[in-house]
Design a protein around this ligand. Structure first.
Ligand SMILES: C[S@@+](CC[C@H](N)C(=O)[O-])C[C@H]1O[C@@H](n2cnc3c(N)ncnc32)[C@H](O)[C@@H]1O
Length: 211
């Protein structure tokens, strides 16, 4: 995502009560942060946050954690939170280090319009590469559950293969989400953009039992 520099980003980030500055302190005990045992859903690469904020509004009995690598984008997401949401936090993290923040406590991972990294030599950076899937195994609680949306056909077929090779089975798959008229669908910023361009949106929902 190309993003203009947000001038006072550090101030926006550190003054927001939704930002957790020391997420590594909560590894294995995020339920103590939220002070309940509700399920925890995370979005990796949340961008400007529309999807995760709307989820937190709609589903108060689920705890949501938005993860974003870049400060300017994170600042815009934090600024967007306009009502009290005790079930939402946001953290600054490169997902490569996700297993230093969570341990056997996550119920669902959302991957929405992840960067496709089309060059073969960058394949390891795709958020559904075998390297990332191994890390996710360490953070899920009872059962692995990943929900992915993208408009990128190559990333989608790559992900179907890597997920399948890693032992996931398909709960649900869609090749044109807009046509499904799913009233429960929550759009991301990218999804709105690509839907307006009439690009088909692909979605897959996969599950894997614990070893
Ligand atoms: C194409 S944007 C999609 C944003 C949002 N999910 C949406 O659908 O509108 C991808 C986002 O993922 C973030 N991102 C990419 N790689 C990441 C990583 N390794 N860890 C955390 N965030 C990452 C980018 O900074 C960017 O905000």
């Amino acid at each position: 995502m190309r993003q203009r520099n947000v001038k006072n980003k550090e101030e926006i980030i550190t003054s927001s009560k939704y930002f957790v500055n020391n997420p590594e302190n909560y590894i294995g005990k995020w339920n103590t942060y939220f002070q309940n045992n509700n399920p925890i859903y995370i979005e990796i690469g949340m961008g400007k946050g529309q999807f995760i904020i709307e989820n937190a509004k709609r589903y108060p009995s689920i705890n949501f954690i938005g993860i974003e690598k870049y400060d300017s984008i994170l600042a815009l997401a934090l600024k967007k939170i306009n009502i009290e949401l005790p079930n939402l936090v946001m953290i600054r993290l490169d997902a490569f280090n996700i297993d230093s923040i969570f341990k056997e406590e996550i119920d669902t991972i959302y991957l929405n319009f992840s960067d496709p990294w089309p060059k073969k030599r960058h394949a390891k950076r795709r958020l559904t590469s075998p390297e990332f899937l191994k890390k996710y195994d360490l953070i899920f609680k009872n059962k692995n559950h990943i929900v992915m949306k993208t408009d990128n056909k190559d990333l989608f077929s790559y992900s179907i293969k890597t997920l399948n090779n890693h032992g996931y089975y398909i709960n649900n798959i869609t090749f044109d989400l807009e046509k499904e008229k799913d009233s429960l669908n929550i759009m991301t910023e990218y999804e709105e953009k690509f839907t307006k361009l009439n690009n088909p949106i692909y979605k897959i929902d996969v599950i894997k039992g614990k070893k």
